[in-house]
Design a protein around this ligand. Structure first.
Ligand SMILES: *[C@@H]1O[C@H](CO)[C@@H](O)[C@H](O)[C@H]1NC(C)=O
Ligand SMILES: *[C@@H]1O[C@H](CO)[C@@H](O)[C@H](O)[C@H]1NC(C)=O
Ligand SMILES: *[C@@H]1O[C@H](CO)[C@@H](O)[C@H](O)[C@H]1NC(C)=O
Length: 122
């Protein structure tokens, strides 16, 4: 079969719940969530770290995200440092569950950034 390079995903929303960063994105058209494999890159301004997560099942446990629209995926990055700017981008490729070919990454999505503010308790 021919090689499949999906279109890039599209990041819809970044949000914090406590120190956990929730990333929600839309998959390329004509691909269902379980047929894709995801690379989620998160850069943190303070540590200048470059974290890469490889994700097979892009689903968030948080019930707030359960009414996920079809073809929307979600990933949670735990324990993000407060008072930092976090920049995220995602790319996808097909996986072996649905395709013979699992080699070609899509282009990267757009980048999206969010500040994680420290919550002061009084
Ligand atoms: C992927 O990126 C390349 C280089 O920027 C561009 O020429 C190409 O059109 C992009 N393809 C898609 C599907 O976005
Ligand atoms: C992003 O998600 C949060 C948490 O679910 C929600 O409160 C917020 O309205 C969303 N923002 C956008 C632009 O959808
Ligand atoms: C993260 O940092 C790496 C290395 O500096 C850079 O190549 C990449 O474009 C950055 N990604 C984002 C989402 O800012």
């Amino acid at each position: 079969t021919s090689r499949v390079k999906p279109d890039p995903p599209h990041i819809k929303n970044l949000s914090f719940h406590n120190d956990d960063l929730y990333v929600q994105w839309e998959n390329p058209q004509n691909f269902i969530s379980r047929c894709l494999f995801y690379e989620v890159e998160v850069n943190n301004s303070q540590t200048e770290t470059h974290n890469v997560f490889y994700v097979q099942e892009a689903k968030c446990e948080n019930p707030e995200f359960e009414r996920n629209v079809e073809n929307t995926s979600c990933f949670m990055v735990p324990g993000v440092l407060p008072d930092t700017l976090n920049t995220v981008r995602i790319r996808v490729k097909t996986n072996k569950l649905c395709y013979e070919d699992d080699k070609l990454w899509s282009n990267w999505s757009q980048e999206m950034s969010i500040h994680h503010h420290h919550h002061h308790h009084h």
